[in-house]
Design a protein around this ligand. Structure first.
Ligand code: ADP
Length: 606
């Protein structure tokens, strides 16, 4: 024990010792002096000594006991305080829990969505009463149902798989599935599944009725399917129609061209043949516009960027309309500025836009001039190309300017009656330019003229050097032996009429089988192959010819000659083993060029 403790003990024991000693001394005095009156036996010193000896340990023991008791009392009161606090804390918590529970119950009872808790062993622990509104089962009935009662096996299995992938406290997984209600009707539920993160392994599932949403989705999907089917049917119809229209046009344009070139016509007949040619070419451009527009509407315009020369584009487009312009007494000026750089853009599509502007300018201008102007703004390896066609024609009234680029839009009925047209040209042009992320527009003053313009952006490019070994044009001495595989007798006659004056010997076959047989028997410099034919089509015939040649080693160029002119149809021809493609109606110049180009060569593709 430390001296301080000793001091404390002595301090606390001393009063007791003094009390006992005092008492003993008082008893000694009272008994011996006052009562017995025997002072001789009154021995205060001995009493003091004896009482001191007896009282000190007794007092010390009593003090210790008292201190122990005091400590015990303190401990007891501390533990009573602690207990009281614990009871108060427990009461507070119970009150809070009761409040929370009543809130949760209120929530659970009034939820429109369904909330459920599942034990790790797959028993239902809790289900909110909203289950009755959703499924028609009372809460008690529902709690007794097996988990898979209302869903198909496939839906149940896929949800089980989803649950198997959950992690405690992790993100929820969701699933849509169809359920059968108590009355047999069907509903769609969307459920979110999550494992509680408290280690209890309890699965929380919240479900909501999405029948209405699902019905809308299904309706939309059905409508979309119907629209897609209708659109596919429309595209098929248009493809068939244009094919069917092209076939007779091939004969009309082709023979008109043959007649025009022949020298035996008198002046009147030559003029009339010219009219046939003009009219049939107009009809062909309408057919082309309709096909083009339907493809653009269906989003099927694939751009094919390649290096092209804008200045050459302007001159060749101007040349194409020059004859018509001169016939009306109009002057065409081409202003391309100096140093226009080649660009990497879909040149043919851009030419289509410029040509459409030019054709309209010639069509809607009675006198004056038409100017084609091209300019370029070059920055960082790219350029903005602006093309504009200005005329001094009838102009466009301000109220028509806004929708002039819409499909089937013509300025007014009187104009369309006077000039004809489909109202598709500018709509096609707008789609082409927008597909190139460019801009298109018009400035016009009624009665004074119009400027139609476009602006497109594209990278600068290097033009490839022109082919050195360009084929010389055919002459009467060509001596080319050609096999024409074509089921249409008129077309066979037409091709012969176009080629024979140039010294081309044309042998014909009426279908693919006859074509393959002719190739087996004879030697040809070139094959012109129709695609759609009875008995055997041109693609199959080409494959058979290529297989046959594979064994023999020699390979004759085959050029498709078909009214199938869509890019994917051209690609199919090349994939079948053909070398080139000529569209119908047959353009005599292009036909002669193709014969000159291919008759001196061999097929080189694998
Ligand atoms: P189409 O010329 O076949 O009718 P377009 O789409 O090319 O179809 O042109 C739509 C309409 O825009 C024309 O019918 C005409 O009213 C008007 N238009 C186009 N170009 C000109 C122009 N250069 N001058 C006056 N009007 C024009």
């Amino acid at each position: 024990m430390s001296p301080a403790v000793w001091k404390d003990r002595i301090f606390k024991t001393a009063p007791t010792v003094a009390l006992i000693v005092g008492a003993a001394m008082a008893v000694d005095y009272v008994v011996n002096i006052l009562l017995l009156k025997a002072p001789e036996v009154y021995t205060p010193f001995t009493t003091l000594l004896v009482s001191l000896v007896v009282a000190t340990p007794l007092a010390y023991w009593m003090t210790r006991q008292r201190l122990r008791l005091e400590r015990l009392r303190d401990d007891l009161s501390a533990s009573l305080d602690a207990r009281q606090k614990a009871i108060e804390e427990a009461d507070r918590r119970r009150a809070e829990a009761e409040k929370a529970e009543s809130l949760y119950r209120l929530l659970g009872d009034n939820l429109t969505d369904h909330v459920a808790l599942w034990s790790p062993t797959g028993e239902r622990v809790y289900s909110s009463p909203s289950i009755q509104r959703i499924t028609g089962y009372t809460l008690e009935e529902f709690m007794a149902l097996p988990p898979q009662a209302m869903v198909s096996k496939a839906a149940f299995d896929s949800v089980q798989k989803l649950i198997g992938g959950l992690t405690p406290g992790g993100p929820p997984a969701t699933a849509d599935y169809e359920c059968t209600r108590k009355d047999g009707s069907s509903i769609w539920l969307e459920s979110a599944y999550s494992l509680l993160g408290d280690g209890s392994g309890i699965l929380l599932v919240t479900s909501r009725d999405i029948t209405e949403r699902k019905r809308l989705e299904l309706d939309i999907a059905k409508a979309l399917e119907l629209a897609e089917t209708a659109s596919a049917a429309k595209s098929d119809f248009l493809a068939n129609m244009t094919h069917e229209l092209r076939t007779p046009l091939t004969a009309i344009i082709g023979f008109a061209e043959v007649l025009r070139r022949s020298r035996g016509l008198n002046q009147t007949a030559a003029r009339q043949v010219g009219h046939i040619l003009d009219a049939s070419n107009t009809l062909l451009s309408v057919v082309n516009d309709v096909l083009d527009f339907s493809r653009l509407e269906a989003g099927g315009l694939e751009l094919d960027p390649a290096p092209f020369d804008p200045a050459a584009m302007a001159s060749s487009c101007a040349a194409l309309v020059e004859e018509r312009a001169v016939a009306k007494g109009l002057v065409i000026k081409v202003k391309t500025g100096r140093g226009l750089k080649p660009m990497n853009l879909d040149g043919p599509r851009l030419s289509q836009v410029l040509l459409n502007f030019l054709s309209n300018a010639v069509k809607f201008t009675a006198h004056g001039e038409i100017t084609v102007a091209l300019s370029q703004k070059v920055e960082d390896g790219a350029a903005i190309l602006r093309g504009a066609v200005t005329d001094t024609g009838i102009g466009i009234a301000p109220e028509h300017l806004d929708n002039i680029f819409d499909r089937f839009s013509q300025a007014d009925a009187a104009v369309s009656r006077r000039f004809g047209g489909t109202g598709l040209g500018l709509a096609i042009s707008r789609r082409i330019v927008e597909r190139m992320d460019g801009q298109i527009g018009v400035d016009s003053v009624e009665g004074q003229g119009s400027t139609f313009w476009f602006e497109v952006r594209g990278p600068l490019a290097e033009l490839a050097a022109p082919e050195a070994d360009a084929a010389p044009p055919l002459d009467g001495e060509a001596g080319v032996r050609l096999l024409l595989v074509e089921d249409n007798a008129v077309n066979r006659e037409l091709v012969k009429a176009m080629l024979e004056p140039f010294g081309v010997e044309v042998e014909t076959a009426n279908d693919g089988v006859a074509g393959v047989e002719a190739m087996r028997q004879g030697q040809f410099d070139l094959v012109l192959m129709d695609v759609q034919m009875p008995v055997m089509d041109g693609l199959t015939a080409t494959r058979e010819i290529r297989a046959m040649e594979g064994a023999r080693g020699a390979a004759t160029p085959i050029v498709a000659m078909t009214a199938n002119v869509l890019p994917e149809q051209i690609a199919t021809c090349l994939a079948a083993g053909m070398d080139d493609h000529l569209g119908k109606p047959i353009n005599p110049t292009k036909l002669l060029e193709a014969v000159a180009r291919w008759s001196g060569r061999t097929h080189t593709k694998p």
